[in-house]
Write a protein that binds this ligand. Sequence first.
Ligand code: SAM
Length: 402
Amino acid sequence: MWSTARDIADGDTVIVWLTRDFLQPLTVTAGKDFNSKFGNYRHSDFIGLPFGSKVGSRTGKGFIHVLRPTPELWTLALPHRTQILYVADIALVVAYLDIRRGSRVVEAGWFPSTVSLALVGRIAGIHSWATGTGSGSFSHSVARTIGPSGRLWSYEFHEARAKKASEEFARHGMSDFVTLTHQNVCKDGFNLTDEADSVFLDLPAPWDAVPHAKQALRKDRTTRICCFSPCMEQVLRTVSALNDAGFSDITMYETLVHQHDVSQVPVLPPISEVAEKLKKAEGIREVKRQRQIAAGQRTHEPHGEKRKRGEGDDDGVEEGAPGSAELESGKRLKTGDEAPSTLAETVSVVPTTAPAAVSKISVSKVVPEVRGHTSYLTFATLLPPLPASALEDAKQEPDQTS
Ligand code: SAM
């Protein structure tokens, strides 16, 4: 796809990393300038540098990084013409549609290991297709996965988008194995019969395309389809269409992003150590109490008098005494104190045998709010039809149920 050379050459695509949230694709063209709020650069400054280099601005203020494109970076940097798929969804689709590099031998156990090489060759060429192309985010990831020995047929009915995506695919060296057709697939189908291993539909009315998808899928092996729809009503219509077309194993997924808040907290002593200290403190208090009683008896002063004046109203533990255990908040844990519930929660994520030298440890808390809903992913399987002989055998077998 993109250049695999070490150094950037004239005409290469690079991803300019300005900030974590601001990435921009750039075709390096000698003679052109690149200006941003992070300074001014000449494209010729980038030529000959290794991909990934940090480049200082000509004006002396600011710097950028020029990165080798990957599908993941392309997804973050691409010019948006539509809503796009992001890596969390793409990864799930690629995995569950069983899309893989065309040149790799399939290891799944559905065929015997003694299978002839001819058959291995046949199944090794992974053919997938996707629709609609949109901004090409999904297409780039699939293109990398299938490689030049695979094949991706992509469809887009919006003319300008189809043209733009076609140009990008050519520039990124994908044209040999990615075919983009400007066509309304719900109306005109895919012009393919028994050719694709998997189908991915990202369009508003996938149910209209499901019968065409069935025609395009191979019938000599198990194949898969995935429909990407943002709302439940669309999912339900798609599920009905998949059922009607004879797909099975229909399952819907949603990928959501769980945020984790990671923070550093002081390591608490193991609970056995705290218990030991509390026991000691209890012992010290008891000794003090006994001493007070003895002293009171000696002076004949009634014990109650002393208590009224507040003397000896000692709970037995001085600040910093060995019987106290320091808490995260700086409060001291004393005999009879219950561990606060927040402490208990924290303890549950701190290893009980933290090394003595470690004074702080990282803990993570899941933020209850879940973000990241993009769409629902409905997957289904199309099994190859049973051979005629198997159907005949089934007919001749006596009915066990009667
Ligand atoms: N998956 C793409 C990506 O990751 O960049 C985004 C796809 S975008 C949400 C949906 C695209 O499907 C739009 O560009 C739209 O023009 C196209 N489309 C919608 N209905 C179509 C149809 N019946 N035939 C072909 N393309 C269609």
